[in-house]
Write a protein that binds this ligand. Structure first.
Ligand code: DC
Length: 213
């Protein structure tokens, strides 16, 4: 079984994906990590031009992503990496390479697991258009900015609400307006407004939807 969760940054996709995977005993894959690992490597190797970035994305492997995620897990959430990953994500060739890796990763898991919950921006539309269940999450941008500010403070980053809000405005624009894999609501997705709702409320709403089939 594949459950696809798409939505805006800080809409609670990651939390729902994690909670659903626990409840249903499925594996959770955060597809944003693929973009964040590429951004991390690009910064580390001082790669800025498009051709080299595409080459780097083609060389990326599932093992490398797992390795970097393990040792750099908190760094990958920094504002610098968030910004860089959002800047590199619109490129057609980079998306092609990372979508291929995401499919490989999930298909590997499906051999030995009952299913995978995967969250991102284009999962229900591009990566797995035939997913068994699709969700689209969103919330008012001010609520999302407050949420993300608290998350980053919790990870010991010095951030202020206004900067996080401005950053989310830019990221929403890039996510929704890019030509390749833009953030759109799949026509068969179940929409959840997560603003001022608890994680538990959102989880129960998603479970009710799944169990209605
Ligand atoms: O979900 P996230 O904030 O960790 O994602 C980091 C960046 O990667 C974000 O700017 C959008 C991009 N992304 C994407 O374009 N497609 C995905 N499936 C997942 C993330």
């Amino acid at each position: 079984m594949i459950i696809a969760i798409d939505g805006t940054a800080a809409s609670g996709k990651g939390s729902l994906a994690k909670n659903l995977s626990k409840s249903l005993n499925l594996h959770h894959l955060d597809s944003g990590i693929f973009y964040r690992v590429l951004a991390y490597q690009a910064i580390k190797l001082k790669i800025n031009n498009k051709i080299d970035l595409i080459e780097l994305s083609n060389k990326l492997s599932i093992n490398k992503i797992i390795e970097i995620k393990k040792i750099k897990s908190e760094n990958l959430r920094s504002s610098l990496i968030s910004k860089k990953s959002s800047q590199i994500a619109p490129d057609k060739n980079i998306r092609k390479a990372l979508v291929k890796l995401q499919r490989e990763y999930v298909n590997q898991f499906l051999i030995s697991h009952d299913g995978v919950v995967i969250d991102g921006r284009d999962i229900g539309t591009i990566v797995f258009p035939n997913a068994d269940f699709k969700f689209y999450l969103d919330a008012d941008i001010k609520i999302r900015a407050e949420r993300r500010t608290q998350e980053l403070i919790h990870l010991n980053y010095e951030v202020i609400y206004q900067d996080v809000l401005n950053d989310l405005i830019c990221r929403d624009k890039r996510d929704k307006n890019r030509i390749e894999g833009p953030l759109i609501i799949a026509k068969d997705a179940f929409y959840i407004d997560t603003g001022n709702k608890s994680e538990e409320f959102v989880l129960q709403k998603a479970l009710k939807f799944i169990k209605s089939f």
